[in-house]
Ligand binder design. Structure first.
Ligand code: NAP
Ligand code: GLV
Length: 307
C-alpha cells in the first residue's frame, strides 16, 4: 500500500520527509511517479488524475485544499470518501487576510492609494470601527477564527450560514429567509462560502442591491461565487465602494480583464491562505490513523451538500 501526492512539488517534498519519518511503512509517491497504481490506497491532491479508475484500491481521496469544488466531485466514485483539509496554517492565514482586507476597506485604503498616486491629498472623516458593520458569509472552520480576530477591533460582527450557528459576539443569520436581514447590516461583506450548486454566482447584482450604499466586498472563497460584470456595474454606479478579490474565474484573469484595470478593485492571486507544509501532512497522517482504526475522519465531505 502507498499514498500518492499530486499537488505542488515543493510541499510534496516536505510531505515525503514527514511521511518517511512517521509512517515508513507507507511509501510516499510524488505525482507523476505513481509506481504500481494498484498499491495506491490514499491520494492527496489539488486536482485528481483524470482516470481515477486506474487506482482500483483507492480508499480515501484527501483534498490538499479546504475547498473541494476543484476536485469535480461528479467524477469521484460515490463510495470513495473525500476528505477536505482542516489544518491550523490555513485558518491562521485566512484570518490574517480577512483582517487585512476588512481594515483596508474600513480605512478606505483603495481610495487613499488612488488619491495619493494620482497626485492628490484628499482626506475623508475617520469612520470608527464601531460604526463599520462586518458580515461574513459562511460560519465555518475559516470564518470563525477570522471573526474572532476582527472582534478585537470593535467591529459589529454578523455571519450567515446554511444551518443555525452560535458564535460568541457574532449576530448569526441562517438560510435564504434571513439573507436579506444579514445583507442589510454589512458595510463590509466577506465571502467565505464553499462553491456549490447553491452558492455559485451568489455575489451578484441582486445581492449587491441589498447591501448598504457604498459597502465594500471581499471574496476570499472562490471566483465562481462572483458575477464579475455585476460587480463592475455596482462599483461604477457607486452602489459599492471597493472590492478585494483573492479569487477569480478563471485564474488568473486574462490580461486586459476589466477586474485587473478597475481602480476600485484590489486583486491578489489566490494567496489569502495556503495549506501548511508540515502541519497539513500531519493532519492527513492523523486522518489515515483514524481510518485504519475504524474511527471517523475529520473533514469528510458531505457529497449531497457539496462541501
Ligand atoms: P466550511 O468549514 O465547510 O464552512 C462553510 C460555511 O459556509 C458553513 O458555515 C456553511 O454553513 C456555509 N454554507 C455552505 N453552503 C451554504 C449555503 N448554501 N448558504 C449559507 N451558508 C452556506 O468551509 P471553510 O473551511 O471555512 O472554507 C470555506 C471556503 O474557503 C472553502 O470552501 C474554499 O473555497 C475557500 N478557501 C479559500 C482559500 C483562499 O486562499 N482564497 C483558502 C482556503 C479556503 P453550515 O455551517 O450550516 O454548514
Ligand atoms: C484554497 O483555496 C483552499 O481551498 O484550501
Amino acid at each position: 500500500m502507498a499514498i500518492l501526492y499530486k499537488s505542488e512539488a515543493r510541499r510534496g517534498a516536505e510531505w515525503a520527509r514527514v511521511f518517511a519519518e512517521k509512517r515508513p511503512d507507507l511509501p510516499f509517491r510524488l505525482w507523476p511517479e505513481t509506481g504500481d497504481p494498484t498499491a495506491i490506497r490514499y491520494m492527496a491532491v489539488w486536482v485528481p488524475p483524470d482516470d481515477l479508475a486506474a487506482f482500483p484500491n483507492l480508499e480515501v481521496l484527501f483534498s490538499i485544499g479546504a475547498g473541494v469544488d476543484q476536485l469535480d466531485l461528479s467524477r469521484v466514485p460515490d463510495h470513495l470518501p473525500v476528505v477536505r483539509m482542516i489544518e491550523p496554517a490555513l485558518a491562521s492565514g485566512m484570518a490574517e487576510y480577512v483582517v487585512w482586507s476588512v481594515l483596508s476597506l474600513h480605512r478606505r485604503m483603495p481610495f487613499y492609494l488612488r488619491e495619493t498616486r494620482g497626485g492628490g491629498w484628499g482626506q475623508q472623516p475617520l469612520r470608527e470601527a464601531e460604526s463599520c458593520r462586518v458580515g461574513v458569509m459562511g460560519l465555518g472552520v475559516l470564518a470563525q477564527p477570522a471573526l474572532e480576530r476582527l472582534a478585537a477591533f470593535g467591529y459589529p460582527l454578523s455571519g450567515w450560514s446554511r444551518s443555525r450557528r452560535t458564535v460568541p459576539g457574532v449576530t448569526c443569520y441562517a438560510g435564504a429567509a434571513e439573507l436579506p436581514a444579514f445583507l442589510a447590516g454589512c458595510d463590509v461583506l466577506v465571502c467565505l462560502l464553499p462553491l456549490t450548486e447553491e452558492t455559485r454566482g451568489m455575489l451578484n447584482a441582486d445581492l449587491f442591491a441589498q447591501l448598504p450604499q457604498g459597502a465594500g466586498v471581499v471574496n476570499a472563497a472562490r471566483g465562481g461565487h462572483l458575477v464579475q460584470a455585476d460587480l463592475i456595474a455596482a462599483l461604477d454606479a457607486g452602489r459599492l465602494s471597493a472590492a478585494i478579490l483573492d479569487v477569480t474565474d478563471p485564474e488568473p484573469p486574462p490580461g486586459g480583464d476589466a477586474l485587473r484595470a478597475h481602480p476600485q478593485v484590489w486583486l491578489t492571486p489566490h494567496i489569502a491562505s495556503m495549506t501548511g507544509w508540515r502541519s497539513a501532512a500531519e493532519v492527513v497522517l492523523a486522518n489515515i490513523a483514524r481510518h485504519e482504526s475504524g474511527r471517523p475522519m475529520d473533514g469528510v465531505v458531505d457529497r449531497a451538500r457539496g462541501y
